[in-house]
Design a protein around this ligand. Structure first.
Ligand code: URA
Length: 254
């Protein structure tokens, strides 16, 4: 048994393209069935586990939705319409819901894994500085990396303020790993999310980030088959991986 809910509220909560008023109209047009029975009234109480069809399409109730987006550069992590395209503009209609937001931000020029969800509680747990969920970044630098970065970053760096006049900021210990194949490439695992943090950390050691991509959140790696700008629904059984404190071996995933 699921949760009892009004039919119009249930359908509208799952489909951003259908309002509660639309549900009423669909009932009048005999377009909604619940457990095989035509529904005449949109205010009828139904169970979230019921077998619901709306205009021939099965509606499987999910309390929350979790989406992995491979964000391209040039798109902003915001829900507000502005001059730039937002991450919500990339969500296909079948995954779109009211209340969807990006759980955490990437800079406009950063690519990679953005979690989109309508679950405020999970987002809060994932972003809380107390939880320290690791976020893994692939970084390309202007100049070759140096062995010293590992120790400096593991100690918890003090970085310059994000804007002129801002005071210094102390970072939590972070894990730097230089690539064996390319001396300008590396990964960095952060356990917090200060503004422009990766860029500011490399700036502090005298280098410069020229390309940045988030490749994992918690124990969940960005799907390698997901093209830039594409979305993938995260299965319910995998959601807890977003909060895991381990980091995936994202380079050796098949
Ligand atoms: N650090 C940055 O500098 N930019 C991002 O987008 C994410 C982490």
């Amino acid at each position: 048994m699921g949760e009892k809910m009004r039919l119009d509220r249930l359908v509208a909560s799952q489909r951003a393209d259908i309002s509660r008023a639309d549900v009423k109209k669909l009932c009048l047009k005999k377009k909604i069935t619940v457990n095989g029975k035509l529904m005449a009234r949109s205010d009828a109480k139904v169970d979230t586990d019921d077998e619901i069809y709306v205009d021939g399409a099965r509606l499987v109730y999910k309390k929350h939705i979790y989406i992995m987006l491979n964000k391209p550069a040039g798109v902003v992590c915001s829900t507000k319409e502005g001059d730039s395209r937002t991450v919500l503009d990339l969500v296909p209609a079948e995954l779109m819901r009211d209340g969807l937001f990006p759980a955490g931000r990437l800079d406009k020029d950063t690519e990679g894994f953005v979690l989109l969800t309508d679950d405020g509680e999970l987002s809060h747990r994932m972003l809380s500085p107390k939880t320290h969920v690791p976020k893994t970044y692939f970084v390309r630098l202007e100049k070759p990396w140096e062995e010293s970065y590992k120790e400096v970053m593991a100690e918890g760096m003090v970085i310059d303020g994000a804007r002129a006049g801002d005071g210094e900021e102390k970072c939590l210990p972070a894990e730097f790993e230089g690539s064996d194949e390319n001396d300008c490439e590396c990964t960095l695992v952060l356990h917090e999310g200060k503004f422009h943090q990766v860029k500011r950390m490399f700036e502090k050691v005298g280098n410069k980030v020229v390309y940045l991509k988030r490749v994992a959140i918690g124990e969940m790696a960005l799907d390698r088959d997901l093209a830039l700008g594409e979305c993938l629904e995260i299965l319910h059984k995998d959601v807890e991986k977003l909060l895991a404190l381990k980091t995936p071996d994202w380079q050796n995933l098949d």
